[in-house]
Design a protein around this ligand. Structure first.
Ligand code: PDD
Length: 277
């Protein structure tokens, strides 16, 4: 395997950054995960747009021109022989003696990795989710590498044999999953997902799904929903670059279906695959 580190393609086992990289000491950096399906980078434009936005919110410069970065992503897919898998890229503020304010002269660090991963197909078994208090910071719209609360929530999910941990805000409303956006379909067939403000990550998959919902004539609302509303919903699902549309059948041990994928999730998952193929 090959990794890309600051302009060089190096063996993955030898790829490293400096001990005083601000990503390592302060989580002062951002990242993206892009799916590769049949050799194609999925929603590449959306992910590059969001990377640029996350960086500008933190006043970190793009480490290279966007077109050059796109070339690196493509080359990483090629040299790692990825047909189906994930490309990970992260940009941090760079290396500087440890001090809280931004360094005056640091070059951003860029790292890209790619790995093969088989995705479940169109027909997928629904998963279970647990809920947990949202302990993350107030700018979840910035895709930072500060993922400790997400890691703790995911560990809790693993221990409960659940796929994802839905984050619940102080008012009892679901914000999103630890690494995915959260969706329900109400009993009167309205698709609901939380509005994209500072409280959630503006998922690239989420945006694609809203477009498919529009095209398929589904009604949808962008608003918060409670755990109780979700447990009484007709369907639920999560979305992300690594799961596309993943149906959910149990929320905190409350079954909302018999364990089969619901028709709305199926239509949207199919629409996503149709767009990728
Ligand atoms: N996570 N919300 C959070 C908190 C996320 O970390 C992610 C993505 C999403 C979905 O966004 P998108 O559709 O753009 O992937 C929502 C990635 C996959 C990860 O951290 O591995």
């Amino acid at each position: 395997r090959i990794a890309y580190v600051n302009g060089r393609y190096v063996p993955h086992s030898e790829a490293s950054v400096h001990v005083e990289d601000r990503g390592f000491q302060f989580a002062d950096g951002v990242y993206e995960v892009v799916a590769v399906y049949k050799g194609q980078l999925i929603d590449e434009k959306g992910h590059l747009d969001r990377l640029e936005r996350s960086l500008s919110e933190l006043q970190i410069a793009m480490p290279m021109a966007r077109a050059a970065l796109a070339q690196v992503l493509r080359r990483m897919v090629r040299v790692n022989l990825v047909r189906d898998g994930l490309v990970y890229f992260q940009v941090t503020r760079g290396v500087a003696p440890r001090d809280f304010p931004f360094p005056y002269a640091a070059m951003p660090t860029i790292v890209v990795t790619a790995r093969s991963k088989a995705f479940p197909g169109r027909d997928v078994k629904p998963v279970t989710v647990i809920t947990t208090p949202d302990q993350r910071w107030a700018r979840r719209d910035i895709k930072t590498v500060g993922l400790l609360p997400a890691a703790l929530a995911k560990q809790k999910a693993r221990q409960a044999k659940a796929f994802e941990a839905w984050q619940v805000d102080a008012d009892g409303y679901v914000t999103e999953g630890a690494s995915s956006n959260a969706w329900i379909v109400t009993k009167d067939n309205v698709i609901v997902t939380r509005q994209a403000d500072h409280n959630i990550l503006r998922g690239i998959t989420r945006m694609a799904i809203l477009e498919f919902a529009r095209e398929n004539g589904f009604r949808f609302e962008e608003r918060p929903f409670t755990v109780e509303e979700a447990q009484n919903a007709r369907e639920a699902f999560v979305s992300s670059a690594s799961t596309f549309v993943m149906p959910v059948w149990k929320i905190d041990n409350v079954a909302i279906s018999n364990g089969e994928m619901g028709p709305v999730a199926k239509t949207l998952r199919d629409a996503y695959f149709d767009a990728m193929e």
